[in-house]
Design a protein around this ligand. Sequence first.
Ligand SMILES: [Zn+2]
Length: 170
Amino acid sequence: MGNILLKIHGKAVVFPAVCPHCLQRADIPIQVKSPSRLAAHYVVATKWKYFTIQVPFCKDYARKYRNAQLVFASVLGLGIAIFITVMLITMSTLSDWQFVVLTMVWIGLAMIPFLFVSPSKHIKLVGQDDSCIEFAIRDRKYAQMLEIANGMAPSEINDGKRDDARSFAA
Ligand SMILES: [Zn+2]
């Protein structure tokens, strides 16, 4: 099932007052992030472009998302607490790689709720430049409402691969 790619021209985006996940009334903004993107290489450092936007979701979804964040924070905190306790009791030390593996596994476990509740499943930022913002949207109706809210004709929807949408970039 492909996402719909949608380019909004202009500096600001107007979101419809419906939830991208269920099309019910939406009034709670949730931060939607774009993947960090390599913007440019510099001689001394690498610059990453990172961009977030607030998208309104329904109350129900906002609650689920907050719960997922709470589970993430609790599992992570619990892990640190258990780890410190075990280290103190056993007076043992881990090698660097053991520590890295343990940390990765634990962060992976803590992130399980986001497999089920992730705003980017419904609306995702895929690109941005000075003249437009590009989204990948799951629900066709929502994509049309977003277009209408931004003064576009709903027929401009491009269903398909991201590369197709790129081809008519300004
Ligand atoms: Zn919803």
